[in-house]
Design a protein. Structure first.
Length: 311
């Protein structure tokens, strides 16, 4: 086959690929238009008009945790914003904590110490095979509900950590509610098990020659892991890590099960009071989609920075 014929074949392939993608886009647009028209027609028959004007109405309900100023006299939009901030609090904190736990457990799975290796295995195999909702119930009802009242709080580390039914109190007067603490621990420890396996497989993908070269230079385990192995393992770790980050962000909507007023919980109250199911669901979907896209974008940018550049 000559060079011209090869070029012609590749042009045909690209043309049909483009044509297939164009047809798919048109089909999706027509499907969305049909569904939107059908929804609008059904709502008109019920005497309901789509609109987001209700967001400016007075909410009239309280929210348990308000990281930003909020009163029941504020609008529904303000209430939903409070729920969004609460969701971002637990998502960001969960991503950080799950990464630390997963990285530690993943390295521990490869430890030369038998006890450390087995403990890490029990943690990973135990928690990742239990439903997340059951784990949230365990942390909330079995752990925090069994703690004493605030006047008989349990103090650890010389008073640096105080535990009670009200939650966790950290140095500097930082108070974490029982609902937030249970949700954070459940999400972080559950997601950490999957991150641990990703880290373990990433480390094992590094050629043994790299370990031997580091040992020949006199490096111990910790410097070898930090300076030699992990930088190379990141190229394998980061892509699947993004999926677990997205799962944590989406699983945070289970906050309603332990009474934490996240975006979904506040939006559900809004829907129950206004009856605006479609509008509220659209807001929830758009918000979680935006959060997921931002996480994906940041992970993709970081992934590009750790990949090898071919010369």
């Amino acid at each position: 086959m000559t060079a011209n014929s090869k070029a012609s074949v590749w042009r045909d392939i690209r043309f049909w690929q483009f044509a297939g993608q164009a047809i798919a886009v048109v089909f999706i647009v027509l499907l969305l238009a049909f569904l939107g028209s059908n929804l609008n027609r059904n709502l008109q028959q019920l005497g309901i008009r789509l609109g987001f004007g209700f967001l400016n109405s007075q909410a009239g309900f309280t929210i348990g945790e308000t990281p930003i100023p909020y009163q029941p006299t504020d609008s529904y939009s303000r209430a939903i914003l409070v729920g969004l901030v609460n969701s971002l609090r637990v998502i960001i904190s969960g991503l950080v904590l799950a990464t630390i736990v997963g990285l530690t457990a993943g390295i521990a799975r490869l430890s030369d110490n038998w006890l450390v290796r087995q403990l890490a295995m029990v943690y990973v195999e135990g928690l990742r095979n239990l439903p997340l909702l059951i784990q949230l119930f365990f942390w909330y009802f079995a752990v925090f509900f069994s703690l004493p009242l605030s006047d008989q709080a349990i103090s650890w580390f010389g008073g640096l950590l105080t535990l009670s039914k009200n939650g966790v109190e950290l140095p500097g007067g930082l108070q974490l509610s029982s609902e937030f603490s249970a949700l954070l621990l459940g999400l972080s420890l559950y997601t950490g098990t999957f991150i641990a396996e990703i880290v373990r497989s990433g480390i094992q993908s590094v050629p043994k020659g790299q370990w031997e070269a580091a040992k020949s230079l006199g490096l111990t385990f910790a410097p070898t892991m930090r300076l030699v192995v992990l930088p190379q393992a990141l190229r394998v770790i980061v892509p699947p890590l993004g999926n677990q980050y997205l799962n944590l962000a989406k699983n945070s909507s289970l906050a309603i099960a332990v009474g934490y007023p996240d975006l979904y919980a506040v939006s559900s109250t809004t829907f129950n009071q206004t009856g605006r199911a479609v509008e509220v669901m659209l807001l929830i979907c758009a918000t979680y989609l935006t959060i997921s896209l931002i996480i994906s974008l940041l992970l993709n940018l970081y992934n590009r920075s750790v990949q090898l550049v071919e010369r």
